[in-house]
Ligand binder design. Structure first.
Ligand SMILES: [Zn+2]
Length: 252
């Protein structure tokens, strides 16, 4: 059912949360827009102005690696200033109450970790943009270090092993992280309430999880401003503002 208004949405969601013993939240860009992180794919989003740089292009040329880092540093103020929103806080509350063992996210902004969920319980399908790694030896680099080198020489620095350094995100054309994918699948099959928040559920692998949860007997809740393909099979669809809908769950 699609909640007719905010009060109905909150009341129905409260019942479903109370009845559930294992809740697995699955989050997308919509949960972070109130925190100042733009939704790259939305109309007017960054990707409609700047085509994303595919992984093979990043590997193929220094110019593309330089451009990728230039774009990333242009976004740095958004990421540094962002604080967890009401949606993040509500999900952190479920986690600390023992209702939710872990959370799956498509987001790369580190805001779930910032809200108090242990990094080991945030399953990141698309990686994390708040630090960088060497693509060859997996050594971790902080962005401040990369930026200093970049601005000193106006080019993206390489690792001491000779490998390319990239934000720890999954680019188009880059393999999904197998461990995260496996853990997301296990969590989805284990839950009795799958709570999709702020994801259009279009991009693979996001599209596969809601049905996987339903087939395993879980209830499905979709909180998203726009309609999704799975609204018809969902037990509850909430199209209100995410912060408004989840805000009441921060306290209890
Ligand atoms: Zn390396």
């Amino acid at each position: 059912m699609i909640a007719s208004d905010l009060a109905t949405a909150v009341s129905r969601l409260r019942d479903l949360i109370d009845d559930a013993s294992v809740i697995v939240p699955f989050t997308g860009a919509g949960i972070s827009t109130e925190c100042g992180i733009p939704d790259f794919r939305s109309p007017g989003g960054l990707w409609t102005k700047n085509q994303p740089i595919p992984f093979d292009a990043f590997l193929a040329s220094q110019e593309m690696r330089d451009e990728a880092w230039r774009r990333r540093f242009a976004m740095e103020d958004n990421y540094v200033r962002a604080r967890p929103g009401r949606g993040h806080q509500a999900l952190a509350r479920l986690y600390h109450a023992g209702k939710s063992p872990a959370l799956i996210t498509q987001n790369i902004d580190n805001l779930h970790q910032a809200s108090g969920i242990s990094p080991s319980d945030v399953v990141e399908l698309h990686g994390n943009t708040t630090y960088a790694v060497c693509l060859d030896c997996a050594k971790r680099y902080e962005l401040s270090w990369v930026r200093e080198k970049f601005e000193g020489g106006q080019r993206a620095p390489d690792c001491s092993c000779g490998g390319y350094i990239k934000t720890a995100t999954v680019s188009f054309g880059q393999a999904m992280p197998p461990e995260a994918m496996q853990r997301a699948e296990e969590l989805t099959k284990r839950c009795d309430l799958f709570l999709a928040v702020g994801s259009s559920l279009v991009v693979w692998p996001a599209a596969g999880f809601p049905l996987m949860a339903k087939r395993n007997g879980a209830a499905l809740v979709i909180v998203n401003r726009e309609p999704t393909e799975f609204d018809e099979v969902a037990d509850l669809v909430v199209r209100n503002d995410i912060g408004d809908a989840l805000g009441p769950f921060i306290a209890h």
